[in-house]
Design a binder for this molecule. Sequence first.
Ligand code: TRP
Ligand code: ZN
Length: 869
Amino acid sequence: MKTDLPQSFRRLEYIPPVYTFDRVELDIALDPARTIIKSRIEVMPGKGFKSGAPLVLVGQELEFVSLRINGEAHRQFELTPETLTILALPNEGKEKFIVEIICVCIPEKNTSLMGLYVSNGNFFTQCEAEGFRKITYFLDRPDVMAKYQVTLRAREVECPVLLSNGNLLRTEKLPNGWHSATWEDPFPKPSYLFALVAGKLECIEETITSISGAKKLLQIWVEPHDLPKTQHAMDSLIASIYWDEKRFGLELDLERFMIVAVSDFNMGAMENKGLNIFNTKFVLAQPETATDADFANIESVVAHEYFHNWTGNRVTCQDWFQLSLKEGLTVFRDQEFSADQMGSESGRAVKRIEDVRLLRQLQFPEDAGPMAHPIRPNEYQEINNFYTVTVYEKGSEVVRMYQTLLGRDGFRKGMDLYFKRHDGQAVTCDDFLAAMADANGKDLSQFQNWYSQAGTPRVKVEERYDAEKKQFHLTLTQSCAPSPGQAEKNAFHIPLKMRLLTPTNDQPEILLELTQRTQSWTFDGISQRPVLSINRDFSAPIQLDFQQSEADLLTLFSGDDDPFNRWEAGQKLAMQMILNHRLPDEQLIGAYRNLLLDPDLDPAFKELALTLPAETYLYEQCSSVDPQAIFTARRAFRRELAKQLQLEWAALYQQMQTPGPFKPDAVSAGKRALKNLSLSMLLEADVAIWAPMALNQYRVADNMTDRYAALSALVIHGAKLANECLTDFFSRFVNDALVIDKWFALQSGRPPVDGQETTLNNVKRLREHAAFKMNNPNRVRSVIHAFCSNNPASFHQPDGSGYEFWADSVLALDPINPQVAARLARALDRWRLFAQPYQNQMKAALERVLASQTLSPDVREVVGKALEN
Ligand code: TRP
Ligand code: ZN
């Protein structure tokens, strides 16, 4: 029988494990149709032990074969589809005993890509968060940490390579063409960090010496034809290892560290101990096939997974509500790493702007919608739905605020204490906060609210200058809108960097700590009216409510010494004008022109400053969204910018060329970014005149950044030659899945073009394309998500056709891969924000999905919460 109320898990209902595991031995005979898993587990009483309590293991989609305890067949057990409950334990469970289980799973039938599955004929696992239970019956929870020894067996011709966590103990030849490899991981770990990989793979390898003088073997494993695309990932790994030694004193703790690339993968990558498994998208790169953005993403994802080795693996999470403990912290670490890799102060600012832009485009809407949750959620139905931009990106902002409040050295002291106290443990966000507070003797009790309250705080700014007394008065008032389950919010502890910009430049940057609802400050000796620069470097993840005059914003845009706030002022000016359906006026055009011509500014910064706020960010500023009106207003603004500065764009296009062999460094990438923005703006201004130049760039490009940018400009601006180039692009790269993903995504992401077929019709055709595969997440994302989530003006049609397509796609995907379907389901989260007829059409589509009798818990939670009152 099916119950109607979905099951919820609650943070405050945490119960320590009744039993725990010491040592785990796995023996896995790999066969795509029938893999046999034998486990031998040393069980001991856990923190929550009660004598006589049964041992309740979880398992999913497993065929149970046999159970032994202390070497004897054991018959007192109960089996349900999700549990194996072992009764009548020896000596009531008070002393260590040995459980041996044999079970079977079917990797080739596993399309969910959780647990053990097959991709291109090779075996892979994904166990976070709860995938290990699809491999064997287990205490599949992160607070049970054990030492693993793993023997893998397979037919040698089919699986010459057998990998698992830790160090290789031995390999053996077996009868009938089988062979085996035995791996031992010396560090206790939770089951979600288990991994195995087996199949026809090859690697590049390098040996480095770590800070203590130990030798480390580093390997990147891929399908043989991809070997030439692995060097950038290897360089990124080596840079990450050295960075973590230098910045945090953290050394690689294993003799060997492996990265494996797989083309069927639900997310970006996974930090399995010593055996990171990556989506190919975040490993493979060559200048001819990967863009500058791809190169940068690979660097940061490789770093992210490597940094988890300490923040996540050595110190792990007590339960999944603590996910941000490892994810927020590790995102913060990878952001800092990437910023340092930029090699200059202005490069750091570019990275900061990119990170904040992502936060605002994706996390702010999440925090205002039906799935809003604190970075440490209090409740979930399906944990896979909580790998969110809130847990990751806002989580990182919260970690960054510690550093802002405590300084870099203070933050480091807190990290040192955290590891000193908790190495080898499964802990909570409270433990992290306590380490930061104790190491610095600072009271951070109010800072706790960042973990317990959802929603983006708003800070209202009121300023008054008193010329007679030469005083500047500042009043800040904080508030936070209600979010699901939280009507009232307590005041946050908000660090705000600020500076008064004066003609004499005599005021320092200071840090305000806003802890009350309303607080006022008075600044003395200010001889002329200053311009306020506040929340510099985006020191807190808030929305500022500040009616700053256009004149002041122009001052900031032209000369704030904080590059983030300089960029921010330009965004605010553009946003206000677009929302008021205004075109850029002469003054703003002049400011843009000066910025473009300023020889002291980074090309990468200029590109960011001239890129308009995203439509989805503009939506969040409205009380009732008309997506077509916003698209039109934004596009008109862009066209005006393109036309008014046509001479400058043309000049920049020439000046930003990077002759000579391709180099992926930040400076060259910045030049390419500005050059390609210039190209796009030229086509925006006059597609007939400038399309031939784009066509030429498309043809002669020696790298994917330039080739793709040219193709994209042709497609987006509806150039006549666009289709020919698309055909050419497909045949050139037909054997490179990641490039074909770009080919799909470009077409699905194309905004509406006057007089041309709708993108939706084209997307429907692409879904029938021979190269479209519903069970490959990258391909699905490049067609379906690219349309439903990244192409708002094409998706939001008044006739609701986009939503129909969305509902059909969610229902088709769900039985194949619930995780990927649930991500897609999020595309309608903000339906209540929209004007009619959009709102009703979206509601109807959501209701149609929810009415399905066979929904996964994943999709049910997302759609159910969207429709809740
Ligand atoms: N922990 C991984 C990371 O952030 C991401 C991850 C969680 C994941 N669950 C997953 C990846 C499921 C793939 C599939 O780095
Ligand atoms: Zn992570």
